[in-house]
Design a protein around this ligand. Structure first.
Ligand code: NAP
Length: 509
């Protein structure tokens, strides 16, 4: 029976096995990629659990109007599963979702996926040398635990006085309520980040009135997006070498941006000029232009791309509000200057919990402490962004300091998956039941990262961003080239690990 990734009664009813060798949490790019690579490496005894009803992760969750990728299409696919079907140079969300569905279907691994299954708690049992994972579908134990739960999966709701008493519709950008018809309504969008600037132009087309609440102006450069020509599509589909040339050229083009973020901010001058020109082209009113012009160094927050955001703000029925929000009433947003703006629908585009990930509360290591407890003082930290001292056989994809502002997370994820496979192969070859990064290795890795991060635009650019945690530490961004990350993770460096032999024959060996 073919397994549809969305709705399949048979799949929905299958019991979760009580024990597997590898448990993967999440079925986005990270979890799906891990499953496929495990399978191809002959590590077929795994289960993937996913809280949602199908594969896709963030690309399943974010269905807001205008959702599209800011990374060029040619880089936004697995290296082992090229997509000849992209229609444009920057893909819209439905195409990425369809790509992931297709790869999942064709890879032959979906029989080991359990959807609508939430990881409630994972505890490392040092005696049994196994992870004991409580899920919404029962308990499962595993030798390795691979988390692919995404850096940006838990919506951050704004702490605004009275918002819970709002009588109209309110929803987060990543939980778009498609049942709400916005036609002719008074709508407010809170936030002006990557999600908002895609939402605003689309919503502005249908609403009666739109208020956009900006706390900090983003830098927005033009989006060099276009439809592929018929010839290009034909070549991309039929001639793999053409696909490789596009991908390689895009990859190196993106890597060339890195020094502007990390060492030489003046290299970002052309981007700054392009952003200012974007404002000048999109907004005729000098007063509005001034209000959307950022006062911090470009690159400090993620650089956004849009050709339609500024023209949307300039429309007569759209207002940009820069006075801070004081409170929300049953039917209005009130700003600090006392102005009350009536609203029917409130769209909260206020981002995600990136530095305090909810999964950290749920994963407990060998001494019973959770990742959140271990990270409470120093902030999120890992070895090579993937493993954590005190948490044997835990592999976190998109872990601490692996996020990019300039290129494709799929590249980082694949680098990490290769590292996980290397760890598993090492365990098998040496009959290890557990590998755990040594504290000194992890500390040295993070000291080096933090030293590098201090001189980057993310630290010196004069802005607050979701890259920084409550202590002002950047625990999110990878501050070097992506090929350096890949090279550093290309071999499982067992000498940086404490290892434990298997106590019984039932382990990974
Ligand atoms: P975000 O970049 O964190 O933006 C959140 C916005 O909400 C910011 O403008 C923030 O203002 C504002 N905000 C937060 N709390 C607020 C409050 N209490 N009152 C008023 N404003 C508030 O979130 P996002 O737009 O969802 O994007 C997150 C990340 O997801 C992106 O950086 C990107 O990595 C990824 N993403 C990618 C794409 C894409 O590829 N196209 C699209 C969407 C998202 P401040 O700036 O003042 O904090």
């Amino acid at each position: 029976m073919p397994i549809d990734t969305d709705v399949d009664t048979f799949a929905a009813m299958r019991p979760l096995p009580a024990s597997v060798t590898h448990l993967v949490v999440g079925a986005g790019f990270a979890g799906l990629g891990t499953a496929i690579r495990l399978d191809r490496a002959g590590e077929t005894d795994f289960a993937v659990i996913e809280k949602d009803a199908g594969v896709g992760g963030t690309w399943r969750a974010n269905t807001y109007p205008g959702a599209a990728c800011d990374v060029p299409s040619q880089l936004y696919s697995f290296s082992f599963a090229p997509n000849p079907d992209w229609s444009r140079s920057f893909s819209p969300q439905p195409e990425i979702d369809a790509y992931l569905q297709r790869v999942a279907r064709e890879s032959g691994v979906l029989d080991r996926f359990w959807f609508d299954t939430t990881m409630e708690e994972a505890r490392y049992d040092a005696e049994a040398q196994r992870w004991v994972v409580r899920t919404s579908r029962g308990e499962v134990t595993a030798t390795t635990l691979v988390t692919g739960t995404g850096g940006l999966s838990e919506p951050r709701l704004p702490d605004i006085d009275g918002i819970e008493d709002f009588a109209g519709e309110v929803f987060h950008s990543a939980r778009w309520n498609h049942d709400v018809d916005l036609t002719g309504k008074r709508v407010a969008v809170i936030g002006t980040g990557a999600s908002s600037i895609q939402i605003v132009p689309e919503v502005a087309k249908v609403v009666g009135h739109l208020d956009v609440y900006q706390r900090t102006a983003p830098w927005v450069i033009p989006r060099s997006d276009r439809r592929y020509t018929r010839l290009e599509r034909l070549l991309l589909r039929r001639v793999p070498a053409v696909r490789r040339v596009y991908r390689t050229a895009t990859y190196w083009g993106r890597e060339s941006y890195v020094p502007a973020f990390t060492r030489l901010p003046r290299l970002a001058a052309p981007a700054r000029r392009a952003a200012l020109l974007n404002i000048a082209r999109g907004i005729p009113d000098p007063a509005l232009r001034a209000r959307v012009t950022p006062d911090y160094t470009i690159g400090c927050k993620r650089i956004l791309i849009s050709n339609t955001y500024y023209p949307a703000l300039a429309r007569d029925h759209v207002d940009l509000v820069t006075d801070p929000i004081a409170r929300v009433t049953a039917d209005a947003v009130v700003t600090a200057d006392g102005v009350e703006r009536p609203v029917d629908v409130l769209v909260v585009a206020t981002g995600f919990h990136a530095t305090e990930q909810p999964i950290a509360e749920r994963v407990r290591g060998r001494d019973g402490r959770s990742l959140a407890q271990v990270w409470a003082d120093g902030g999120m930290a890992a070895y090579k962004g993937t493993t954590v001292h005190g948490f044997p056989n835990l592999f976190q994809l998109v872990g601490a300091n692996t996020t990019l502002g300039h290129s494709s997370m799929v590249f980082m994820i694949e680098s990490q998956i290769a590292y996980v496979l290397g760890a598993i192969a090492t365990m098998r070859a040496n009959r290890y039941a557990a590998v755990e990064p040594r504290r000194d290795a992890q500390d040295a890795w993070n000291r080096d990262l933090q030293r590098r991060l201090r001189r980057t635009v993310w630290s010196t650019g004069g802005c607050a961003s979701w890259y920084l945690d409550a202590h002002g530490r950047n625990t999110v961004v990878w501050p070097r080239h992506t090929f350096t990350f890949r090279s550093l993770l290309s071999r499982f460096d067992v000498d940086a690990y404490e290892v434990e032999a298997a106590r019984t024959d039932e382990r990974i060996t």
